[in-house]
Design a protein around this ligand. Structure first.
Ligand code: UD1
Length: 371
C-alpha cells in the first residue's frame, strides 16, 4: 500500500481526548504516517500540556502558537500558519494526503479551510452534529467544516440524518461511534484509583460537579449571576465542585460576582487535568454543565447531567442518555436537581458504538480508503 501522510490537527482542550485514541489506532497501520499539529488555541498548562501527559500523547510535531483572539483573527492566524506548514509537507518532504480534524472548535474549522484551499482531503471526526442554533460559534464551525470535508465520521445517528438532509453522498459518511468515549473507557480505571476525592474531602455520590464556559451563559451578567445563585443554593444541599474555565473566571471578576463563589458549599478549583476530572465526574451524584463533551461523558458514565443550554447538537444524550436540557433557567435547573436528589431522575443507557472502539473503526476506514 502507498504511504499515507496524515496531518492531524488539534487546538483546544476537547480536541485532545478525541485525537489521542486516533493516534494510537493509526499505529496499527505502518503505511499511515501521522504528523501532529497543535494550533496553540489553548496554551495554558492545565488546558493543554497536562492532557498530552495524561493521555500518553506524543508531543506535537508542530505548534502554530496562535493563542487567544477574536474569532476572525484566531481563525485567520490558523489559516495562514497552517497553510505554510501544509505546503511544506511532512518531515520526509512528502505531500500531505489528508488532514484529520476533530470536534467543532475554531481550530477545527480553520484547519479544514486551509486544507481544502490547498486541495487536500479532509476527514472530520464528530461530523454531522447540529444544534440548529447559529448564534453558537461551534455551529458555524460544524457547518463550514462538514461542507468541505470529504470523509465524515459520525458519532450518533442524528448526525447521519443531518448530513443526508444537507445532501452529502452516502459514501462520504460513516457512523463510527464516539472517540471521546474511547479515552474514557481506557482511562476510567486509572482515574477511579486516584486519590482525587480524598484530596478534596469528598465522598462518592455525595457531591456534584459543575462546568460553565459558553458565551450564552457566562458573557451576560444577569444570566451568569442567576446561574451562580442557583448553584450556591443547591450546594447547601449537595456540595458542588466547580473547576472554573479561565473565560468564566474572568467574567465573574469583570461582573463583580466573585463574592458569590464564597457562599454556600461551592468548591472552586482551577481547571483540572483529565484524570482528576474523570475521577470526580465518574463518582458524582450529578453534573451541571454547558459542555458538549461532558454531556456525552455523563451519558457514558450513567451520571445525571443537567445541561445548561436551550438546545443540543448531541440529541442522543437526552433521548437515550442521562442529560436534560434546562437552558439557563434557574427554575428548570432547580426542578431537576430536586428529582436527582430525591432519586426520581430518569436513568439512561449508553448509546450503541460508544464502546471504546470508535478510533479503531475510523483508523480502518482512513487507512483503507484512497488516502
Ligand atoms: C473553546 C471552544 C469551545 C470549547 C472550549 C473548551 C471555540 C469557538 N470555542 O472555547 O467550543 O468547548 O474551547 O474549553 O473554538 N484562555 C486562557 N488560556 C488558554 C486558552 C484560553 O486563559 O489556554 C482564555 C482567554 O482569555 C481566551 C478565552 O479563554 O480569550 C477563550 O478561549 P477560546 O479558545 O477562544 O475559547 P474557549 O472559551 O476556551
Amino acid at each position: 500500500m502507498n504511504t499515507c501522510h496524515l496531518a492531524c490537527v488539534v487546538g483546544a482542550r476537547p480536541n485532545f481526548m478525541k485525537m489521542a485514541p486516533l493516534l494510537r489506532a493509526f499505529q496499527r497501520y505502518p503505511h499511515v504516517k501521522t504528523t501532529l499539529i497543535h494550533t496553540g488555541q489553548h496554551y495554558d498548562h492545565n488546558l493543554s500540556d497536562v492532557f498530552f501527559q495524561e493521555l500518553g500523547m506524543q508531543r506535537p510535531d508542530v505548534n502554530l502558537e496562535v493563542g487567544s483572539g477574536k474569532h476572525g483573527s484566531q481563525t485567520a492566524q490558523v489559516l495562514e500558519r497552517l497553510e505554510a506548514i501544509l505546503e511544506q509537507g511532512a518531515s520526509d518532504g512528502a505531500k500531505f494526503d489528508r488532514v484529520l480534524v476533530v470536534g467543532d472548535v475554531n481550530s477545527t474549522m480553520a484547519a479544514t479551510l486551509a486544507a481544502a484551499k490547498l486541495g487536500i482531503s479532509v476527514a472530520h471526526v464528530e461530523a454531522g452534529l447540529r444544534s440548529f442554533d447559529r448564534s453558537m460559534p461551534e455551529e458555524i464551525n460544524r457547518l463550514v467544516t462538514d461542507s468541505v470535508a470529504d470523509l465524515l465520521l459520525v458519532s450518533e445517528p442524528a448526525g447521519i440524518d443531518n448530513l443526508q438532509r444537507e445532501g452529502h453522498s452516502e459514501g462520504s459518511m460513516h457512523l463510527v461511534g464516539n472517540v471521546m468515549i474511547d479515552t474514557l473507557v481506557r482511562l476510567l480505571p486509572q482515574a477511579r484509583s486516584r486519590d482525587t476525592l480524598r484530596r478534596y474531602g469528598l465522598r462518592p455520590g455525595q457531591y456534584g460537579v459543575v462546568t460553565l464556559h459558553r458565551p450564552a451563559n457566562v458573557d451576560t451578567p444577569r444570566t451568569l449571576s442567576a446561574l451562580l445563585d442557583v448553584l450556591v443554593e443547591t450546594s447547601r444541599a449537595l456540595p458542588l465542585v466547580f473547576p472554573i474555565h479561565p473565560r468564566t473566571r474572568r467574567r465573574i471578576e469583570d461582573f463583580g460576582l466573585a463574592g458569590k463563589l464564597d457562599e454556600g458549599r461551592l468548591l472552586v478549583l482551577l481547571p483540572l487535568g483529565y484524570l482528576d476530572f474523570l475521577s470526580l465526574t465518574s463518582q458524582a451524584a450529578l453534573i451541571v454543565t454547558d459542555s458538549g463533551g461532558l454531556q456525552e461523558e455523563s451519558t457514558a458514565l450513567g451520571i445525571p447531567c443537567l445541561t445548561a443550554r436551550p438546545n443540543t447538537e448531541r440529541p442522543i444524550t437526552v433521548e437515550e442518555g442521562t442529560s436534560t436540557l434546562v437552558d439557563s433557567d434557574p427554575r428548570q435547573l432547580r426542578t431537576h436537581l430536586h428529582a436527582v436528589l430525591a432519586g426520581t431522575y430518569k436513568r439512561g443507557r449508553c448509546p450503541a458504538l460508544w464502546d471504546g472502539h470508535a478510533a479503531e473503526r475510523i483508523a480502518r476506514i482512513v487507512a483503507t480508503s484512497n488516502c
